[in-house]
Design a protein around this ligand. Structure first.
Ligand code: PNS
Length: 177
């Protein structure tokens, strides 16, 4: 039987529990799922591509049929390059639909052989986006339960570099008197 590969393209800046939920769903229906981070020179991201790649790799290490990669150019060209058959995208609410429909139809126009498959993440993530996570974290709010603990820690380090410095330093030993 034919092996079906899908790509899950996005910015993932940062990856969230909503992304992870969709990856888990996608890994169940596709033989192989490639999480594909767009290298977008026009956007100034909070996390660079290798930081996002490392976070996503750690988040998906238990999924044996999932791998993480980055790409530039058109999503459908990348899909063609790695011989993927489908593009997976998440739809959280009706407001996502218009933009996603436009993208799916444009992608179909560019490469009709690549299908777009939409999946819904769990309802508890229906309001969750990387943009809101960045905003809340930057303004000092808690993003617990919205992103994996490791991403929460990376956000803290990114927004308060003193934290990274402190954890990199060896713990102080008390001088014996
Ligand atoms: O996580 P995002 O930012 O919603 O992902 C958007 C993404 C990366 C899927 C979209 O911007 C994209 O496919 N960009 C690559 C360029 C491209 O193929 N453009 C035409 C799509 S219609």
């Amino acid at each position: 039987m034919k092996k079906v590969t899908a790509i899950y393209p996005g910015s993932f800046d940062p990856p969230t529990n909503g992304h992870l939920d969709l990856i888990a769903r996608g890994s169940k229906i596709f033989d192989e799922l490639v999480v594909a981070i767009l290298r977008n020179p026009e956007k100034a991201p909070l996390f660079n591509v290798s930081e996002r790649l490392r976070m996503l790799e750690a988040m998906t290490e238990d999924f044996k049929n999932v791998r993480v990669d980055s790409f530039d150019g058109l999503t459908v060209d990348y899909a063609e390059k790695i011989e993927a058959h489908a593009v997976l995208r998440g739809i959280r609410a009706l407001s996502d639909y218009e933009y996603e429909l436009q993208m799916a139809l444009m992608n179909r126009k560019l490469r009709p052989e690549v299908e777009t498959v939409f999946m819904m993440p769990a309802e508890k993530y229906s309001y969750l986006s990387s943009r809101l996570v960045r905003e809340v974290a930057q303004l000092g709010g808690s993003v617990k339960d919205l992103v994996p603990e490791m991403v929460e820690q990376r956000l803290r380090e990114k927004l308060d570099p003193a934290i990274k410095l402190a954890s990199a330093r060896p713990p102080k030993t008390r001088k014996s008197k």
